[in-house]
Design a protein around this ligand. Sequence first.
Ligand code: KMH
Ligand code: ZN
Length: 277
Amino acid sequence: MSHPPMIITAAIVGAEVMRKDTPYIPYTPEEIAAEAVRCREQGAALVHLHVRERDGRPSQSAKLFGEVIRRVRKACDIIIQTSTGGAVGMTGEERCGPLTLQGDEKPEMATLTTGSVNFGEEIFANPRPLTRDIAKRIKAAGLKPEFEIFDAGMIDEAKYLNKEGLVDFPGHWDFVLGVPGGLGARPDALDYLRGQLPAGATWSCAAMGRHQLPMVELVAERGGNSRVGMEDNIFVSKGVLAKGSWELVQKAVESAKSKGRNIATPAEARGMLGLAR
Ligand code: KMH
Ligand code: ZN
């Protein structure tokens, strides 16, 4: 069976990786936008965005997101997805900053995590009232959610939200595997999760650390889409830092092509995801 082209998402900033971990993590709007454009040049169709204060502290400031998005849009056609997860410990109000953006600063997609999960030594807290509130805000803003699935029960919770009319199905899903405290980056976990999705859903997988690039190969065989980048992994091979998320995108493209997959352009990805633009 021939699979559709693979949508590669570049997760280029995140909230956790700092300059002490790698000098290549972007902080400023200029750096973040330039990295998004480099990832587009290497084959990414979608960029998952976070922003940082100038000193690297994670932020969900609408102003900073707006600056990044304007710059990216001037330079390329990559699909822009903003985080609503932010960083552990942020309030719901703070996390929803980018959902207030309008006009040419408005993203096309936003993430929605449908449950709480241990996140390293901390907790990424998503109590049900907060998840419902974020879902409502994403819908009111006219954005497409990407369900961030860190553990199996989060798919069931998204189904509840759909029954409540808060999210539309079949939806786009991202399996975030290998976070310490969450579901492992294992083939059987991936196969279980994709078997739970509504018919017609699109899905991608973001595997953490050393699992990131090997997972692209497995996902390519399974017909899914891949998220790579320095939010989730800073190494291009054992002990060798990636010089940017673009290098991880480059590797993912090679890997997908080696398995016979074409790479989706942003226009193709918009078609697959049902985005209007
Ligand atoms: N930084 C994590 C606590 C998202 O972007 O929606 C949450 C996260 C998920 O990165
Ligand atoms: Zn994120």
